[in-house]
Design a protein around this ligand. Structure first.
Ligand SMILES: Nc1nc2c(c(=O)[nH]1)N[C@H]1C(S)=C(S)[C@@H](COP(=O)(O)O)O[C@H]1N2
Ligand SMILES: [Mo]
Length: 319
């Protein structure tokens, strides 16, 4: 009999939420090294510098691949855009690690090109297409969106992508198509945690067809003016800004139209915690924490959570 409580995989989600725990861990780390006082301060500043240099280097090949896309001024956010380095070093991507601050260090073996996306199921014109051919055919634009993780952290980022509707119109959904099911890649050689079957890989998500056709729903191929780096879900990922972040599935290989409500990764793991809709709602607490406010990454400001993450005028009619 063991007295050590081993957290379930999904419980890690919450424990990494608080900035306080980061702070305590760093203090403990410095203490363990036997450095104190002014030395500790110097040490932590230079660690931050070294980390910045490291991520700048990791991002360089992606930053140099600019994407031409006009900003769509219909989507403005009255909050400051999150710093690019902050967003690139605070990610959820469980295929690589559960530590948000380490994802960017673990994606070195990930290859986002060549990459094919299959669009299948209840459509008149199924297709499999190379992601760069798809990008050439789609109307790319930049949209600044709020982004809210179920763990109560938030950011504001400039995505580059195209409405999912533009792709669905191309394949022509059949009359009986009611849902869209999406899958992430499966390749344990590129994503170390896929070697374990403790989680039901590959990651899978779903939307109703009406949600997928909503103008806010975009398939994203870039961020901050350039192609997506791996930690943000290269080469193509979903963004549904009125829903908690786990709906926004990364590195998509398959989009399938169905007449059955698809199962979803997090709902399968913890049905009492993560529902299919996952609409941002300040009045419905997560079973283990409140959703009334959110913490902006980077600045650590606490702000009130907005109903539908501030996008109610576009989506409230769906529910
Ligand atoms: N395939 C896959 N997609 C995923 C995840 C994941 O672990 N695997 N995490 C989700 C969660 S919980 C969040 S909050 C967002 C994080 O996106 P970001 O790292 O670009 O901020 O991606 C979502 N998409
Ligand atoms: Mo999340």
């Amino acid at each position: 009999m063991s007295y050590i409580k081993i957290p379930k995989e999904w419980e890690i989600l919450e424990t990494q939420v608080t900035p306080e725990s980061d702070y305590i861990n760093r203090r403990k780390f410095i203490k363990d090294l036997g450095i104190a006082g002014a030395g500790a301060l110097l040490f932590s500043t230079s660690t931050a510098c070294a980390q910045n240099k490291g991520v700048e280097k990791q991002l360089r090949p992606f930053r140099s691949q600019k994407l031409a896309a006009e900003n769509n001024t219909a989507f403005t956010v009255e909050r400051q855009i999150t710093d690019e380095i902050v967003a690139a070093t605070y990610n959820n991507y469980y295929e690589f690690t559960t530590s948000k601050s380490s994802v960017w260090k673990k994606v070195g073996d990930f290859k986002a090109r060549p990459w094919e996306v299959e669009v299948s199921g209840l459509v008149e014109k199924p297709m499999t297409i190379d992601v760069d051919d798809l990008i050439k055919q789609m109307p790319l634009e930049e949209r600044i969106y709020r982004f809210r993780c179920v763990e109560a952290w938030a950011m504001v980022v400039p995505w580059i992508g195209f409405p999912m509707k533009a792709l669905l119109d191309k394949v022509q959904p059949k009359a009986d198509a009611k849902y869209v099911r999406m899958l992430t890649f499966l390749d344990p050689d590129m994503a170390p945690r896929q070697n374990s079957n403790r989680l039901p890989w590959p990651y899978y998500e779903g939307l109703t067809l009406a949600e997928a056709m909503n103008d806010l729903t975009i398939l994203t191929v870039g961020i901050y003016g350039h192609i997506l780096p791996p930690q943000h879900g290269a080469p193509i990922r979903l963004i549904v800004p009125w829903k908690y972040g786990f709906k926004s599935i990364k590195s998509i290989v398959s989009i399938e139209l169905t007449d059955q409500k698809p199962r979803t990764f997090w709902n399968t793991l913890a049905p009492g915690e993560y529902d299919f809709d996952a609409n941002v709602n300040p009045n419905v607490p997560h079973p283990r924490w409140s959703q009334a406010s959110e913490r902006m990454i980077g600045t650590k400001e606490r702000l009130p959570t907005l109903m539908y993450n501030g996008y109610g005028s576009s989506v409230a009619h769906l529910y």
